[in-house]
Each structure stands twice: as structure tokens, then as C-alpha cells.
Design a protein around this ligand. Sequence first.
Ligand SMILES: Cc1cc2nc3c(=O)[nH]c(=O)nc-3n(C[C@H](O)[C@H](O)[C@H](O)COP(=O)(O)OP(=O)(O)OC[C@H]3O[C@@H](n4cnc5c(N)ncnc54)[C@H](O)[C@@H]3O)c2cc1C
Ligand code: FES
Ligand code: FES
Length: 456
Amino acid sequence: MVTFLLNGEVVNAEVKSSDTLLNFLRDVKELAGTKEGCNEGDCGACSVIVTDTTGKAKTTNSCITLMPQIHGKAVRTVEGISGPDGSLHPIQKSIVKNHGSQCGFCTPGFISTLAAAHKNGESDFENQLAGNLCRCTGYGPIIQSAKDTLGQPVPVWMNENLEKLKDITFPNNVPQSIEDLATLYKDNPEATLVAGATDLSLDITKKLKSFQNIIFLGGCEKLKRIDITKDTIEIGAACTISELIVSLSSTFPSFTDMLLRYGAVQIRNSATIGGNIANGSPVGDGSPALIAIGAILKLRHAKTIRMLPIEDFFIDYGVQDLNPGEFIESILVPRDVDILKCYKVSKRFDQDISAVCGCFKLTVVENTVTECRISYGGMAAIPKRAFRTEKKLIGSQWSLKTFETATSEIAKDFYPISDLRASSNYRLKVAQNLLIRLFYENSDVKVDSREVVSCP
Ligand SMILES: Cc1cc2nc3c(=O)[nH]c(=O)nc-3n(C[C@H](O)[C@H](O)[C@H](O)COP(=O)(O)OP(=O)(O)OC[C@H]3O[C@@H](n4cnc5c(N)ncnc54)[C@H](O)[C@@H]3O)c2cc1C
Ligand code: FES
Ligand code: FES
């Protein structure tokens, strides 16, 4: 049984763990305002607002949200964004006034995303809207609609009263502590773990796979903690990418800048760093950065803890060093970073997977490179260090010549493949160019890199 607030009312739903929120809304509740476009997290037509105990309104793709993930939370669909008496939300009025809708298929998703941003007081609308596609209207009127509502009060019906859910119990497959999770998984090592479900749901919606036994990580509050001490940051595996951006921006600004290009807001609100590492993707964005920083994974099986440098976790394509019943509990990250630069190169600025991702951690003392860790995504079957390139740089003078010479080592470190995202030659060239960009960016030389910015 999944219990949650739907547009303010308590709902008890008898569902399968693999049922999606979108199907429940449309097929069971007949709330057809929320649309199905891509059914894989890319278009935002299915966006709804989810509020948990943090109180923050999080725009979320309901097509890839599994029902147990919303247990104990509040869901607001476009039908609940207008008031009980039918009065429109300021965002809705503004979209009408600015002609922000034509065919209207995308509009409920835009309304949901913008109503969440309005409630949170966020005004970086281009960032907020990167996960919502509109093919008819154009973004100008939609962004104008959002700007016009800045500072207008949040309608009282948008408040969620989670107190209504205070007495609910949690299903067995949504453990409430790390210890319970560890025991459950030890006893059911064949079960599938689900954190944000931004990967796993696609197996359900696109590959039509069925999962009999799913364990959800979202009930373990401790798995979502980020503990910052003098020397180390311990990141719980179930921390979302959105939470990482907030918590790590002052310590690792280049890393969190890159994470702002991770999917779009809806994906970042759900996707977790543990899931991003555990799926072993060679083109994920979190792992190359964490390898460069020198992160250590804390793995747990029952009561046994195993500490593993993250770079050793990736063995081969789709093969990770994780035993049955074992899971990632947290990621330990050293704070003593001199220079850290993280670059993502993809075909689109937003909502795209990397063709190449290059991450560099360096220490430079008296114009000499004394320490260097370089990691690339998209260059091999796994995210991988560039050992030969590192060796070439360590002990060398900080100069353009040093870096230009080191680029030839990248061709010995990697033999990238050609696929739909990029050719082998392109990947190699980009990886080399990122090394040169690193030099320029840290040499007070103006870097004329092409950044996508919108017209004022
Ligand atoms: C539209 C879209 C855009 C995306 N954009 C990006 C992008 O820009 N960059 C990027 O890197 N990725 C991107 N992704 C991929 C995906 O979001 C990430 O890989 C994500 O971090 C996975 O995390 P999750 O919590 O959703 O994992 P889930 O889907 O819940 O799980 C993924 C896998 O990890 C396992 N798992 C989860 N947590 C743990 C744990 N603690 N211990 C052990 N195993 C675990 C699960 O069993 C499963 O096999 C995108 C995905 C979509 C759908
Ligand atoms: S239907 Fe496209 S993101 Fe959900
Ligand atoms: S109004 Fe048609 S897709 Fe946006």
C-alpha cells in the first residue's frame, strides 16, 4: 500500500512496486492533465510537483517515478495547481496573458515546473525550464510569463499538509534505516535496489522488463546526509544531484557547475550520486569527477564495511566490484583540493549525456606540478584515469609547452570508440583540448570557450 497526498487529499493506493506515478495518475485517478510524451525523463510533459519532509517543492518526471518513491510525500498535479474554486495560479494567468501555449500538450508540464520554481522563489528560469520541451510556442513567452509572476504571493492551496500522513507505516521494501536496508538486502541479494529510479525506470518503460523484488533506498534518511568535517566530506549514496549542487558548491565549484548540466532539474531532483556510480556508466558525470578528487566508496554488506577507491570499483563495461547483497552506503571525499576542474562536452548544453567528460585535480608548487589526477568519461568502457598523462605532468613546469607535450600521452592512455554520440577521433581531440583548456583556465589567460548563453 502506498499512501500519499494527491492535490491535498490522502490517497491509499494498492499498486505494484514497478507501477509508475504517471500511469497511476492518468489510468487510475483519471487525472489526464499530466501528459505522456517521451516516457523516459527527457521532455517534461509529465512533470508534477513532489514535496517531501524538507518542504521544498520538487518538479519531478512522473513517467519515471515509481509509486513507492512517493509514499509519505505530497504530489501536486496540474489539476491541483489551480485553486479548489477554479481560480488560476499566477503562473497559469501569466501563461494565458503572454500567449505561452499553442497546442498545449507541453503546457501542464511547464505550469508544474514553473509553479514549483515560484513556490521555491527561484528565478533562474532558463535552468528551471531546461527539462521541459515545447515545440510550438517558443520559450520567449513562457519565460516572460514566469518573470511576470516574480514576487507574487504563493496561493494558499499550494501548501502541503504532510501532518495528514504522520501516522502511516512504510512498506517492507522501503526500509527506514541503513541497518534495516542492509539486513533486507543481505536476505534478498537477488532484489533490485532503486534510489532515484532515473535509470532503472527506463528498463520498465522502454525495455518492458519486470522486476519482482525491488528495495527502495529513499526511506533511509541517513543515506541522504552530507557530513562535512575539516578534512573530509561524507556524501550519503542517496543524496540527489540537486542536493550535491547546493552542498558542494563552495568546496568544489567546478564540479557543481558541471552538475548543473546534468540532465535537467527534474532529473537532478531524483537522480542520486550512488545510483550514478553503481550503474557503472562509462558516460556518467559523477564518477570521473569523484575519481579525479580521489573519493573512497564505503560499501556495506550486512554489518561488514569495505572501503574501496572509486576508480577500482569499475572493472569493465557493466562490471562493478560489488558483491551480492552489498550496496554503496556513502562516498568519502577529501577536501584538500588545490585545483579541480571538471568539463563536460555534449551535443546539447542541457539534458544531454557527455560525449567526453574530463576532470582534473592538480597541485602546483612553485610553478611545478607536484600532484595530478586526471580522469575521463566517454573515453573507455569505464570511467578511467589517464595514468600516462598524469606521469608526464607530475614534476613538470607549469607551461603551455608541458601541457601540449602531455596531450600526446592521452592517445596512449585511451583508445575511444566511435558511437552515436561521437567518433573516436573526435573524442581523442576533445580530451586533448580539455587538457589545454585546463592550462589556460589556470594561467589567467582568457579562455575563449564557447558557452551557450541566451539572448538578454
Ligand atoms: C533524461 C535523463 C537525463 C540524464 N542525464 C544524465 C547526465 O546528464 N549525466 C549523468 O551522469 N547521468 C544522466 N542520466 C542517468 C541517470 O540519471 C543517472 O545515472 C542517475 O544518477 C542514476 O541514479 P538513480 O538514483 O536514479 O539510480 P537508479 O535508477 O535508482 O539506480 C541505478 C542503478 O544503480 C543501482 N543502485 C542505486 N543506488 C545504489 C546504491 N546505493 N548501492 C548499490 N547500487 C545502487 C540500482 O540497483 C540500479 O542498478 C540521465 C537519465 C535520464 C533519464
Ligand atoms: S513523458 Fe517525457 S519526461 Fe516524462
Ligand atoms: S504549445 Fe505545443 S508543444 Fe508547447
